[in-house]
Design a protein around this ligand. Structure first.
Ligand code: NAD
Ligand code: TDX
Length: 332
């Protein structure tokens, strides 16, 4: 049995991880989450109270973080400002949470000698050409494009420096784009599904040729648990499930799954600095730690996700109008 502190556990991937951990292990979990616009307590409903506790708070709060880190065996750090489009409008919260928040947590983990796992993204590597035969590996040089990805890159480098300079017992994972339940409607897949439910045409940035490497959130969770159990201190592991798809194809699959004509979408203005393609080579995680993804059929996973948004309108409806109003202001 292990006690885990999960930061950002009321967000998309963090809440999926908490459900996964409580369902697949006997670990105890404390979630520390500020409940920003992206955090939702409804995502943590029905969890076993004898093994789960929620603490509302900020990861930049040194004394709260110190107390909580001191009370657990390991920290799994998901909390972040996570949306590229928001980082282009107002970068400051990205620096506060992603950089100072990570610094606050690793200082506490160092003081208490605790195991730390840092959750990061493939966006730290920049982007690839569409026809590049190479994919990102653990040795690809960092080259982030947006305020979001540059603060995630900065946080990764802080963790690496704390390992080398202070002997922090930390691992890092960089994962590709996640899909599944509990994802905020600002993000690509849930935005389009909920648009179609509302009778609004999906919005594709630019030509829609940008490629993302999709992985189901449960596969991300199983990979993180594997790294927590078997990963080596100081190591970085890339997490991906060979799920490359261009955005246009994803919109067409959503429309097909929802019984609409596959061309019933609009093109809108492109994201400034829009990364063209992400692609992960997860050979290290698979061969060294024996991890394999379970969700291999993207279309089936997407259909299940469509079904989840159809059945859980009360979860996403409160976020929808405000999110769309913001996109409208940006011409998107
Ligand atoms: P999200 O925006 O859905 O959730 C972030 C959570 O962090 C929210 O619950 C929010 O309230 C909380 N939070 C934000 N600032 C905080 C603060 N200062 N103190 C405490 N809590 C705070 O994000 P997500 O998509 O679930 O991403 C989670 C992590 O996974 C991030 O670190 C992100 O970089 C990484 N990641 C995401 C993806 C993806 O596809 N979404 C892919 C790879 C890596
Ligand atoms: O309405 C849209 N139309 C559209 O074409 C939106 C919201 C997005 N897009 C495009 C932009 C991207 O090419 O879809 C793709 C995916 O967009 P997002 O969901 O915003 O994700 P992305 O920018 O790729 O970043 C995500 O994956 C990596 C997460 O938000 C990050 O937190 C993670 O690090």
């Amino acid at each position: 049995m292990r006690r885990l502190l999960v930061t950002g556990g009321a967000g998309f991937i963090g809440s999926n991880f908490v459900h996964y951990v409580l369902g697949h292990t006997d670990h105890h979990v404390i979630v520390l989450d500020k409940l920003t616009y992206a955090g939702n307590l409804e995502s943590l409903k029905g969890l076993p109270s004898q093994r789960f506790r929620f603490v509302m708070g900020d990861i930049t709060d040194t004394s709260l973080v110190d107390e909580l880190v001191g009370s657990v065996d390991a920290v799994v750090h998901y909390a972040a400002e996570s949306h590229n489009d928001n980082s282009l409008q107002d970068p400051r919260p990205f620096l506060d949470t992603n950089i100072i928040g990570t610094y606050t947590l690793i200082e506490a983990a160092r003081r208490h000698g605790k195991r730390f796992h840092h959750i990061s993204t493939d966006e730290v590597y920049g982007d690839l050409e569409l026809d590049d035969p190479e994919r990102f590996t653990e040795s690809t040089p960092y080259n982030p494009s947006s305020p979001y990805s540059s603060t995630k890159a900065g946080s990764d480098l802080l963790v690496r420096a704390w390992v080398r300079s202070f002997g922090l017992e930390a691992t890092i994972s960089n994962c590709s784009n996640n899909y599944g339940p509990y994802q905020h409607v600002e993000k690509f897949i849930p935005r389009q599904i909920t648009n179609v439910i509302d009778g609004v045409r999906p919005k594709l940035y630019g030509k829609g040729e940008n490629v993302r490497d999709w992985i189901h959130a449960d596969d991300h969770s199983s990979a993180v648990l594997t790294i927590l159990d078997k990963g080596s201190t100081g190591e970085t592991y890339l997490i991906g499930a060979d799920g490359e798809k261009d955005n246009k194809s994803v919109v067409e699959l959503i429309l097909k799954a929802m019984g609409q004509p596959v061309d019933a979408y609009d093109h809108v203005i492109d994201r400034p600095g829009h990364d063209l393609r992400y692609a992960i080579d997860s050979t290290k995680l698979r061969t060294e730690l024996g991890w394999e993804p379970q969700y291999r059929d993207f279309e089936a996973g997407l259909e299940a996700t469509v079904q989840w948004y159809r059945e859980n309108e009360s979860w996403w409806r409160p976020q929808k109008a405000q999110t769309e109003a913001k996109y409208k202001e940006q011409g998107q």
